[in-house]
Design a protein around this ligand. Sequence first.
Ligand code: CMX
Length: 138
Amino acid sequence: MIKKVDHIGVAVRCISEVLPFYEKTLGLQLQGIEHVEEQKVKVAFLKIGETKIELLEPTSDDSAVAKFIEKRGEGIHHLALGVDDIKKRIEDLRNNGVKMIDETPRNGAGGASIAFLHPKAANGVLVELCEKREGTVQ
Ligand code: CMX
């Protein structure tokens, strides 16, 4: 089942340049910064109650986030929904004819298992399913 909005991804050119706005001006708490090699991004999580903002900085010109910024500029990139049993959720969505980018889960930030739906399947919104594993920090 879908449990909550786990995080909202925001594409930025440079995390260190925008962090003062999120930490000092908005007063949000930085949870940590990490590289997600598989997605070719550096990410920073800022906590807001039960959910988070995930700042995404591309680490390579051929990353999906670099392509997004080049085409649309910085801004909201994806909506991540926290789920139980991600494999089952993917199977259910596929059985309902939903176009998936990931038909099997892959590794995301904080040791989570993630899978993306294609934006064309969700009215132009890139949706991520996200399942925290045992011992996940985020
Ligand atoms: N939100 C909404 N629409 C998006 C989008 C986004 N973030 N990124 C791309 N699109 C749209 C494009 O505007 C384009 O639409 P049109 O055909 O109407 O012009 C369409 O999707 C295809 O986009 P594209 O620029 O041609 O790029 P690709 O097809 O090569 O890739 C996508 C698009 C969504 C398949 C790819 O970006 C992807 O696989 N994303 C998932 C992985 C990802 O984003 N990882 C980053 C960080 C993950 C993390 O750790 O949180």
